[in-house]
Write a protein that binds this ligand. Structure first.
Ligand SMILES: Nc1ncnc2c1ncn2[C@@H]1O[C@H](COP(=O)(O)OP(=O)(O)OP(=O)(O)O)[C@@H](O)[C@H]1O
Ligand SMILES: [Mg+2]
Length: 493
């Protein structure tokens, strides 16, 4: 075995708080080293040190391909063949796919201009090699789904012929089929000799692709094991200190009298005449493959996007929002999937982010009370940070998601739309979020839950609406739904 990248006694602290504590680990050629741990455990920090994005505290060393360093710098890491793909998509929306792939290393023509044609050709070849046929180099990035953008990021890493590939929750926004393709890709790349570091909150994935599993807790490595010598229960236990299954056993309660109607929603190519009724206190799940039109539908319900048709009727009263601002006024809230773009003010504090919409309606803000409320939210959701004034940008991915949900729960509304609410959230915190969604339901709210996580959809919903190619093709009671039955319906056979 050949160790290609190694951390020796690496620590990292921020203003006195240790987030990575004396970690030593080596990555071998051709292996997939998986990293697991709760939100805030230090996973992203560790890989950012490997990629040279952040400097570790002085003391330890990083050895890469036989040479030892105090720290790496991004450019240096890249030249060594270390490529990292981070949790949040890090591409430029108004450039083409090819421009994004070549960003920072543009191919130039003799006259100094960018050689767009060749860039697109090479991009297409790379995409083809990875069997991604739907994306073309000439496409504008903003027209791509989150999943497709994720693929572009991987292609970008491959272009540089990386020897080490680091993936931070790559499947968080992918559907089942795309996840399968990605996992195959990872296996193939490892077989070809690449060393891969793989972070995911989906434990079953780790057992599919992993060679070894490293468990981080509060910045410390608590265990490292061959995947063949451990199992999911053991890993979860080491990670959060208690057992939990993939299915959540929710409480069911009688539904209320009220009804909320989604009536005749259409948008040119993406959504075709979708109507459904949600009963008061009901969690209405929306399932389907990526691209089935779920995101488009809920965005319309929230008043986003022009050129849409459809009405939202609450107990006979028209509450169709004109735009998202109007939606919030009418008590319709959306917890977006892409928390960075659509939800959080990342340069503001945790406190401001939690209270922003609740405060918008108040004339006076009781500061003492506010601090107390925020304190409660932080405790309830277990948001890990150094204080209420911490800027959201400094939180780990999962803790950002918890912050966003804490905000929405604080604000009294009618309809709550959750788009992949537990994406990037660790398995322990998931249950916390589920409890809050159910609290809302219990309080007589209406809930729409979009989720690609089938156990989540089945265990949380009352009914599941199935979308395929922009149409609502069926509604099933969640209680007797199974994963295989749903998948068949998603695919249409
Ligand atoms: N720039 C920073 N300033 C202060 N604290 C930070 C900063 N960056 C990260 N942290 C803290 O370091 C801890 C570890 O964060 P990290 O992003 O490594 O967690 P993670 O294991 O990747 O979690 P997740 O599963 O939620 O992505 C967190 O508590 C986070 O708030
Ligand atoms: Mg992270």
């Amino acid at each position: 075995m050949e160790t290609i990248l190694e951390l020796k006694n690496i620590s990292k602290s921020y203003s006195g708080i240790t987030v990575l504590d004396n970690v030593s680990v080596g990555l071998e050629k051709g292996e997939v080293l998986c990293l697991v741990g709760e939100n805030g455990a230090g996973k992203s920090t560790m890989i950012k040190i490997m990629a040279g994005v952040i400097a570790p505290d002085k003391a330890g060393a990083i050895t890469a391909f036989g040479n030892s360093y105090d720290r790496l710098y991004p450019r240096q890491a890249k030249d060594l063949g270390i490529a990292a793909i981070y949790q949040d998509i890090d591409l430029v929306d108004n450039l083409t796919v090819a421009d994004n792939i070549f960003l920072g290393g543009e191919l130039k023509k003799k006259n100094g201009l960018i050689d767009t044609k060749t860039q697109e050709k090479i991009s297409d070849e790379l995409l083809h090699r990875l069997k991604i046929s739907k994306i073309k180099g000439e496409m504008i990035l903003s027209d791509l789904s989150t999943a497709q953008k994720q693929c572009v990021q991987i292609v970008k890493a491959l272009k540089d012929e990386a020897k080490v590939l680091i993936l931070d929750e790559p499947t968080a926004s992918l559907g089942d089929e795309e996840t399968r393709i990605l996992l195959d890709m990872v296996t193939t790349l490892a077989k070809s000799g690449m060393g891969i570091i793989y972070i995911s909150h989906y434990i079953d994935e780790l057992f599919k692709v992993g060679s070894r599993l490293m468990i981080l807790k509060d910045g410390r490595m608590v265990d490292i094991k061959k995947v063949s010598e451990t199992n999911a229960e053991e890993v979860i236990h080491a990670m959060i200190g208690r057992d939990t299954g993939s299915f959540y056993f929710r409480e069911y309660f009688p539904l209320g009298e009220g009804a909320l109607e989604i009536r005749n929603f259409s948008q040119k190519k993406t959504v075709h005449d979708v109507s459904l009724t949600i009963r008061q206190g009901e969690v209405f799940g929306l399932g389907g493959l990526v691209g089935a039109g779920r995101t488009e539908l809920i965005r319309m319900i929230y008043g986003c996007d022009k050129n849409r048709y459809g009405m939202v009727i609450l107990n006979g009263r028209d509450i169709t929002p004109k735009n998202p601002r109007d939606a919030i006024k009418k008590g319709i809230f959306m917890i977006f999937e892409d928390r960075k773009r659509d939800g959080l003010f990342t340069l503001r504090s945790v406190k401001e982010n939690i209270t922003v919409s609740a405060n918008e309606k108040k004339e006076f803000i009781d500061l003492k009370k506010e601090t107390k409320t925020v304190e409660n939210s932080i405790k309830k959701f277990g948001i890990k940070m150094s204080g209420q004034e911490t800027e959201v940008v400094n939180l780990s991915g999962g803790n950002q998601q918890k912050t966003l949900i804490a905000r929405c729960v604080l604000d009294p509304g009618t309809l709550y739309i959750f788009d992949e609410p537990t994406k990037g959230v660790d398995i322990g915190a998931k249950e916390e979020i589920y409890k809050h969604i159910l609290d809302l339901a219990k309080a007589g709210k209406y809930i729409i839950l979009v989720s690609s996580d089938m156990p989540e959809l089945i265990s949380m919903s009352d009914h599941i609406g199935i979308m395929r190619e922009g149409r609502l093709v069926g509604i099933v009671p969640a209680k007797d739904a199974t994963e295989s039955e749903l998948m068949r319906k998603y695919l249409g056979f």
